[in-house]
Write a protein that binds this ligand. Structure first.
Ligand code: GSH
Length: 209
């Protein structure tokens, strides 16, 4: 039985760019609804009926909504498991795969936002990411194992982290250590990542016109 197509809600130059890149890496067909964040379309009807949070990425599949980047990536990579971007349930790498997906949303993003806003974090024992240095050094140690987050195999994790670190180093929100630079270049130079970036640049240009 063929899988019904995923409906993908996207805005260029936003966090949903990584989801688009993942769909390109998977090489699957999808239906895309484009939102213009400059016009605030994400905070208006009809989109707020899809995602009341007014955020992208979001996907709709088999009558259900999936939001939040790690959940979206996990869902898509498992939905198209035959593409080989997610370690299977019986693979020892499944645990680290889940760990680094969830680490992104529960530790890295909150830490990066606090740091960018120069906000004092709450005490490490209460803070979801402990403290910036510990969180960041833990991430860097994982990247140093390379060449990808889980070692030799490229997975959906690398689309998430590659895109995020690409943007964050560009905006100087994360120190551009050599290991991070090399990782970002490795991931972003892949043909599907390049294709997604080119498509997104054209979309952003069209929206700006
Ligand atoms: N927790 C969400 C965050 C998504 C998010 O903040 N998306 C931004 C785009 S970069 C957005 O939709 N902003 C529009 C707005 O909040 O009005 C996730 O991980 O997917």
């Amino acid at each position: 039985m063929t899988t019904p197509r995923v409906t993908f809600y996207h805005a260029p130059n936003s966090r949903s760019g990584g989801t688009r890149a993942l769909l390109e890496e998977l090489g699957v067909e999808y239906d895309m609804h484009v939102l213009n964040l400059r016009k605030n379309e994400q905070r208006e009807s009809p989109y707020t009926a899809v995602n009341p949070m007014g955020k992208v990425p979001a996907i709709y599949h088999r009558g259900e909504l999936v939001t939040e980047q790690p959940a979206v990536y996990l869902y898509l990579a498992d939905l198209y498991a035959e593409k080989g971007l997610a370690p299977g349930l019986d693979d020892p790498l499944r645990g680290p795969y889940l760990r680094w997906m969830v680490f992104y949303g529960s530790c890295f993003e909150p830490a990066a936002v606090d740091r960018a806003m120069k906000r004092d974090a709450v005490p490490p024992s209460t803070c979801p990411y402990g403290d910036w240095d510990t969180m960041f050094n833990t991430l860097v140690a994982q990247l140093e194992r390379g060449p990808y987050m889980l070692g030799e195999c490229f997975t959906a994790l690398d689309v998430l982290w590659g895109c995020a670190l690409h943007w964050m180093t560009m905006f100087k929100l994360v120190p551009e250590l050599p290991v991070i630079r090399a990782y970002v270049d490795r991931v972003m130079s892949r043909p599907a990542m390049q294709r997604a970036a080119t498509l997104d640049a054209a979309l952003a240009e069209a929206q700006a016109a």
